[in-house]
Write a new protein. Structure first.
Length: 530
């Protein structure tokens, strides 16, 4: 039995989980309204029926008093009044109806079915009692009262005699029941109309109220489909839905930012891994060249057995020094070999120093900071370039404004300007003019504080878009063949970018193919200069 009840109850308990919120709300609204209308209708009909019944009881009580008075006076038994639906009976001590009072009745239907029992009459004396009609579905409300009846010829045949009896007065409740039934039908009809109207209004109101939730649902579906920029429409923040939408939008913004940050981080990690592989490959290539040369000369020297020793053997390709004395190395030849070893070692040392410098900058080690006049460093670099390339036209333009003082490491800043000048001299044909400009910038420049900008512009072939995007990368060179004649190891501009960043500045390049390139750096001015 319990298992059957459980099988019957479980689906009913789970039914709300499978019903939409709209149906739940409308059903709850209609159920509450139906309960309210039922309570109002039942209570109002009960009160109204009680009111009508009270009036009827008052009327039959008055009628009973008048009938009792006439039965005791011994006067004629004719009625004092006659009303349809009312009855007055006089009964003897045995409960039998006395026909002498028949004229009190003016009935249009069957009268009350009162038992012909003196005990019943005595038990209900002075009490209102509801009894059925003799026939039909009507009911009567009756009351009885014991009286002493004065005799006459029509009653006892003996004048002046008295005997006990009972007077009964009643009213037909059929009219009251019909009135209550009619009002109940009207209440039912009005209630159905109200329920139908409320059902329509409730559906519209619930649909309008749940529209924000529908928007949230559609937004969630769009985001699940990949549209991370989708947001819930803004609504009045004073409402619950408005506050919910605002909270959801804030959460979605954080999720989108986290997703983009994650995607950017993954892309940066991939780029970093690619750059690391490229860095290792480029560093290996740059170090392999001098190491190969040093190893070649060392092996050649070992194979020759030193100065004046060993048999004659062919020199390695590109070895350079001539052989003398039947294959023996002369001292000048040995000097040239050692000079080449020294040159390759120096080149390898510069490369290692540059790589160590970049590593220190990556570790964000503090640099020396003191007031440095950037104009003086620029003028010295321009003068050095003029000495190195006297055939070039190198111009220095100084803008107006405050003193060009910056806080930084003078040696490192000299290295920055020297690398920019060396880059312009190395990657442009001989005789190409170079313009150097130093200008003061306000907070609307590359930095949000007063700053100084140094530009080194050449009139060479310029850079492509791809070259301009990668020109500050480590070991990047426009010449993929990486020949020695077209430049160094590809660390000069990378060192410029790292050093300027360590000083709180910015770097960049403005270029177009065939129109030359302008490399610039921007550094914040020192407090005394600003």
């Amino acid at each position: 039995m319990l298992s059957r009840l459980r099988r019957f109850w479980e689906p009913l308990r789970e039914l709300p989980d499978h019903v939409s919120l709209r149906i739940k709300l409308v059903s709850a609204l209609l159920a509450l309204v139906a309960i309210a209308l039922t309570v109002i209708s039942v209570s109002s009909l009960a009160v109204f029926r009680g009111y009508l019944l009270n009036r009827a009881e008052t009327q039959i009580q008055v009628l009973l008093i008048q009938a009792s008075h006439q039965s005791q006076t011994g006067g004629p038994y004719g009625p004092a009044f006659s009303l349809p639906g009312y009855v007055v009976e006089l009964r003897d001590s045995h409960g039998n109806v006395l026909s002498g009072f028949g004229s009190w009745q003016d009935l249009t239907g069957p009268g009350p079915d009162v038992p012909n029992d003196s005990g019943w009459l005595a038990a209900h004396a002075g009490k209102f009692t509801t009894v059925p009609a003799v026939s039909g579905s009507d009911h009567w409300r009756v009351i009885t009262e014991p009286v002493n009846i004065e005799g006459n010829d029509a009653f006892t045949g003996l004048p002046g005699s008295q005997r006990s009896g009972t007077v009964l007065a009643g009213v037909n409740l059929g009219n009251i029941d019909e009135t209550i039934a009619w009002l109940a039908k009207i209440d039912l009809l009005v209630s159905l109309i109200i329920m139908a109207a409320l059902a329509v209004a409730g559906v519209m109101a619930v649909r309008a109220s749940l529209r924000p939730l529908t928007d949230i649902e559609q937004t969630a579906q769009a985001i699940a489909s990949g549209d991370l920029a989708r947001r819930v429409p803004d609504r009045d923040p004073r409402t619950e839905v408005g506050r919910l939408g605002r909270s959801l939008n804030a959460m979605l913004s954080q999720i989108e930012a986290a997703f983009h940050a994650r995607a950017k981080s993954e892309a940066a990690a991939r780029r970093s891994e690619e750059r690391m592989r490229q860095f290792v490959a480029d560093a290996s290539h740059e170090l392999r060249t001098p190491l190969t040369a040093i190893r070649g000369y060392a092996e050649y020297y070992r194979q020759r057995g030193g100065v004046g020793n060993g048999a004659r053997q062919p020199a390695p390709p590109g070895a350079g020094p001539a052989l003398a004395d039947g294959g023996r190395l002369s001292e000048p030849d040995l000097d040239r070999i050692m000079q080449r070893v020294e040159q390759e070692s120096a080149r390898m040392g510069v490369l290692v120093e540059d790589m160590l410098l970049l590593a220190r900058l990556d570790q964000q080690r503090p640099i020396e900071r003191r007031p440095v006049d950037l104009l003086t460093l620029t003028a010295d670099a321009v003068q050095d370039a003029r000495m190195i390339a006297p055939q070039r036209k190198i111009e220095l333009t100084v803008g107006s404004g405050a003193a060009f003082l910056v806080q930084g490491d003078e040696a490192r800043l000299r290295q920055v300007i020297g690398n920019l000048m060396s880059n312009a001299l190395t990657h442009t044909p001989d005789g190409t003019p170079i313009d150097v400009r130093i200008l003061a910038q306000g907070p609307d420049g590359q930095l949000t504080v007063p700053s100084v900008t140094l530009e080194v512009a050449d009139h060479g072939a310029g850079l492509s878009k791809e070259q301009a995007e990668r020109v500050f990368e480590r070991f990047y060179r426009g010449d993929q063949a990486r020949g020695r004649k077209t430049g160094g190891a590809g660390l000069g501009l990378a060192i410029v970018a790292a050093l300027v960043s360590a000083h709180g500045g910015a770097t960049g390049v403005n270029t177009d193919p065939g129109r030359g390139a302008t490399f610039w750096i921007t550094l914040p001015l020192a407090a005394e200069a600003a």
